[in-house]
Design a protein around this ligand. Structure first.
Ligand code: CU
Length: 449
């Protein structure tokens, strides 16, 4: 049954072409915006988050889920979009040709397609088909999720089966508390580091992810999916890498001002290098003697920095009477705090000068062994990525470093990373140091290998 439409009068010829111009302009703008947005996702060249290039067991599981679903979704997309485009083209409204007679704003060769009502087979198939498809996708998704949630580490052949790490998120950096014999029964970590979580290649490492302040989310895309870091709660997680190298990560739960600058790296070392790294990290420093090259820098550090930062063996209370901030006691619970100079526990919000409600400051005992700092927003060594990927992470502290950026950080850290909110005491404040002191401090910091 075909009818010719002879009362088409939505618009006359001129209106119609104006509409087309307007509409295609709008589509063009939308398309440009879309393409630009796609390109912009590749802009953060210093934080390459690659979800499609798995380097570990868990991220491979995720990738194995993405691929079949992408293929299914792709086929459905092509069929549906193909049909929509074809129908749009096949049944488009045609303007009258010059030699055709137009009547009353109508279009002479317009036809109504055949109308179908209540086609049983069609209705059943477009109900059952997608249902089966969704059921298949659901089944493989749930299977993969269960696999990811399985945080039992596979210890087969593991060289360091007991190592566990408490991961503490805070505004806006990550702390790693290493327990070489597992967290159970241990009352304090063997050492504490920041920004970079170092693991032996090939081995599952059990993480316990938590937060000192607000919600964050721990995500190293090439090694595993995201795990929220929740204050007052500890979530188990596992990372494992099959490759030696450095893998970028990003906090993926919006956590305030500097959320975008809250990054981290996971570094996978050969098993031998990992042991060397551990042996160095547990090392406690000796205070320098008068006459040592960096003695003056260390003194300036103790005066200006030790109220927030710990250097094991140097900033202890016996030496300086300073409150140590490397435990959760002080900041984990702002209703209650412990003064480490005499161990007393007090009620109420701590109001001393070191009241960083966002958490303790990074432990700097082996600062110069890390490739990045301040939430991995700054690289300490410009060629850290290449060196680490080539297995030379342990040699970093002997290579060139970015003195200028480190000076800028000490000169006025909130100016280079939107950080300190004085009324809330988040991040590292501007300490108004003299250039001479900054010089000495940089020399000292870079000596902390
Ligand atoms: Cu965060």
């Amino acid at each position: 049954m075909t009818t010719t439409r002879n009362n088409y009068n939505l618009c006359d010829q001129t209106d119609f072409s104006e509409k087309v111009d307007n509409r295609s302009l709008r589509w063009f703008v939308l398309l440009v915006a879309l393409v630009a947005a796609l390109f912009m996702t590749g802009c953060a060249s210093n934080a390459p988050l690659d979800t499609l290039d798995p380097a570990g067991r868990k991220s491979t599981d995720i990738n194995n889920l993405i691929n079949p679903i992408f293929v299914i979704a792709g086929i459905v997309f092509v069929i549906i979009q193909g049909a929509v485009l074809y129908l749009g083209w096949r049944f488009r409204v045609r303007a009258p040709k010059d030699n055709e007679e137009s009547f009353d704003g109508g279009y002479p060769d317009e036809e109504f397609p055949k109308q179908v009502h209540g086609h049983f087979a069609a209705e059943i198939s477009w109900t059952i088909g997608p249902t089966i498809l969704m059921a298949v996708i659901a089944a493989i998704s749930v299977g993969a999720l269960l696999k990811l949630d399985d945080v039992d580490v596979a210890p087969d052949g593991a060289a360091y089966p007991e190592v566990e790490v408490i991961v503490v998120g805070q505004q806006w950096w990550w702390e790693y508390q290493y327990y070489l014999d597992g967290v159970e029964g241990a009352d304090q970590p063997d050492f504490v580091t920041a920004n970079e979580i170092v693991v032996p290649v090939g081995q599952d490492i059990r993480l316990h992810i938590t937060s000192r302040d607000v919600l964050h989310s721990f995500w190293i895309p090439r090694l595993n999916g995201k795990k929220d870091s929740v204050p007052g709660k500890t979530s188990p997680w596992v990372i494992q890498s099959n490759e030696i190298g450095r893998f970028a990560g990003q906090c993926t739960e919006f956590c305030g001002l500097s959320h975008a600058y809250m990054r981290m790296y996971a570094v996978a070392l050969s098993q031998d290098d990992f042991q060397v790294w551990v042996n160095n990290q547990v090392r406690i420093r000796e205070p320098l003697e008068e006459g040592d090259a960096n003695y003056q820098g260390e003194q300036i550090f103790i005066q200006n920095c030790a109220r927030c930062h710990v250097i094991n063996g140097v900033t202890s209370r016996e030496l300086s009477g300073i409150v140590q901030l490397d435990t959760m006691d002080l900041y984990g619970n702002i209703e209650e705090y412990r003064d480490h100079s005499d161990g007393t526990l007090s009620q109420g919000k701590y109001t001393g000068p070191e009241n960083l409600t966002a958490g303790a400051a990074p432990n700097l005992t082996h600062f110069a062994t890390r490739s990045s700092y301040a939430g991995s927003f700054f690289e300490l060594y410009p060629d850290a990525q290449e060196m680490t990927d080539a297995g030379n992470y342990l040699d970093l502290s002997g290579s060139d470093y970015g003195r200028g950026t480190l000076e800028a950080w000490l000169r006025n850290s909130p100016a280079v990373k939107p950080n300190a909110q004085p009324e809330q005491a988040r991040g590292m404040p501007n300490l108004n140091l003299s250039e001479a002191d900054i010089d000495l401090l940089v020399d000292y910091l870079i000596s902390l290998d």
